[in-house]
Structures are given as C-alpha cells and as structure tokens.
Write a protein that binds this ligand. Structure first.
Ligand code: BTN
Length: 267
C-alpha cells in the first residue's frame, strides 16, 4: 500500500504479485495516456531490467517499484530525478531500519562499531556495508500529450541478494532486517513525496543534490570510472550542480563524468 503522505498527495498504486517488469508496465501506461502520478509495484519480476541493458534479478519478496510521472522541467533537469529517488531511498530505508543502524555512511563501508552504513553510490545505487542493496533505473518516453514522461524504477533487495553478479550485493535480510517489501514501499512512497517536492520548487535540483552529497559514498577518495572500455582514475571530488561526477586526476585536472561504472578504492 501507499504511505499516507503519498495517498494524500494524490498518488495512485497498481500492485502486482508477479509481473515482467514494473518499468515496462509504467511505459505501457504512459503510451496508453495515463497522466502520471502512479506507482506500479511487484513482489517478483520475470524480466526485470537494470541499467545499461543489464538484467535485474527480482526474486519473490524483493521490491520492484516504478513511478510514472510527467514532470515540468528541461530534459537536463529531468535527468536529475534519479537523485531524487536516491534521496528518497536513503530516507525511506532509514525510516524502517532499526535505530542501531547508521543511515548516512561516509564511506559506504562497515563501520568500526559493526553497524551498517547506508550510502548512495553515484549515479544510482544504494549501498549497505559497501554492497549493493538497491538500484534505480530512470527511463523516459513521450506522454500522450507530447510531454516527457519519466519512469523512476526502483529495485530493493529485501529478502534476497542476487547471486553471480560481478559486484558485492546484499539484502535487508542479509543485514538482519526482517521487513517486508510492502513495508519498504510504504516508507519509500512517502519519502518520495518529500524528496520530489524539494526538487519541484524553484531551488529544487540544488537542494536535492546537496542532500544526495551528504549521503554519498566515496567523496574525497580514490575512484576508477569505466565506460565503453575506457577507465579514468583519480579522486572523486564531488557531484556538480547538474549531477555529474567530478574526478581530479594526478595532474590536478578535473573531468566531469556523465555515465560509467564506479569502483572505489582504485588508484
Ligand atoms: C540497476 O541498478 O541497474 C537498476 C535496477 C533497477 C531495477 C528496478 S526493479 C523495478 C523496475 N523495473 C525494472 O525492470 N527495473 C526497475
């Protein structure tokens, strides 16, 4: 079910047990003329999609959620909605994690006190103890009225982490947190309302990016970013005002990165 705030804000929900992909369902709804403001959720996907054409494992009990919205704003601004989702996930997960778990990690790694660190990994992942807990896939299409429709797809590993993926992965269950996908969605849908209203009023993007930076993993540390077979190494300096990752190389030159796979700790 939707959180109370999301319901009050007028969001709708189409909930499924099993579906191909909630993002595909949202894309189809946009094509069919839905005006937006609707979440599609599933406990299991049979054809879940990840970023960069990858497959997303969606076993039963994990959360798959896709929001269809038709926002105002330029394409560049709209591209920053993934950060809204990151901020919402951080807040939503924090709301349901037991008090002993620290929500904002400086480095995304397990702390000396043994408590989990939840952190955001550029561009669109959520880490717990340095392993991937959730991912975000933003897609755009044309709404029936010709405006840009956006699908914000969010996958959270609730009861199972994917096996055989080329990165460390975790789940809430692995972290010792027994909450249902429904609980996670309720908290997430409410947190989205707050994060989106930040984005949607005037100073929006800057305010959202400031929050995002505050929960980011790896700022100030060595990083390697690879895209299309090219790897750039340096210090992860910051996220700029349009959401690009700024890397500083050995010569002190700064390079803005718009896409790629990030590896921390690489020198
Ligand atoms: C990634 O990290 O590669 C992004 C993963 C996004 C997965 C979610 S699950 C709900 C929505 N439906 C999909 O098919 N994908 C997204």
């Amino acid at each position: 079910t939707l959180g109370g705030k999301a319901r009050d804000a007028g969001y709708r929900l189409a909930g499924f047990d099993t579906i191909g992909s909630t993002n595909s369902e949202a894309l189809a709804a946009a094509a069919a003329g839905d005006p937006g403001g609707i979440w599609f959720t599933a406990l299991q996907q049979t054809a879940g999609r990840g970023r960069r054409g990858r497959e997303w494992h969606s076993p039963h009990g994990n959360l798959a959620a896709s929001l269809l919205i038709v926002p105002d704003g330029s394409p560049d601004t709209i591209a920053t909605l993934g950060f809204v989702a990151g901020v919402a996930l951080n807040a939503g997960l924090s709301a349901i994690l037991p008090g002993g778990m620290v929500r904002i990690g400086i480095d995304g790694a397990d702390g000396a006190d043994g408590r989990s660190r939840i952190a955001l990994k550029w561009p669109n992942d959520v880490l717990a103890d340095g392993a991937k807990l959730a991912g975000i896939l933003l897609e755009t299409t044309k709404a029936a009225d010709g405006r840009q429709a956006v699908i914000v797809g969010i996958g959270v590993n609730v009861v199972a982490a994917p096996q055989g993926v080329p990165y460390p992965a975790t789940s809430l269950r692995t972290l010792g947190v027994e909450r249902s996908a429904e609980d996670v969605f309720e908290a997430l849908s409410d947190a989205w309302v707050d994060a989106f209203s930040l984005w949607n009023d005037g100073q929006g993007v800057g305010a959202v990016l400031a929050r995002w930076r505050g929960a980011a993993a790896g700022i100030g540390a060595p990083v390697a970013i690879s895209q299309d077979g090219v790897t750039r190494r340096g210090i992860f300096e910051t996220i700029d005002s349009s959401g690009r990752l700024i890397i500083r190389d050995d010569d002190g030159a700064r390079h803005p990165i718009t896409a790629g796979d990030v590896h921390f700790g690489a020198t």
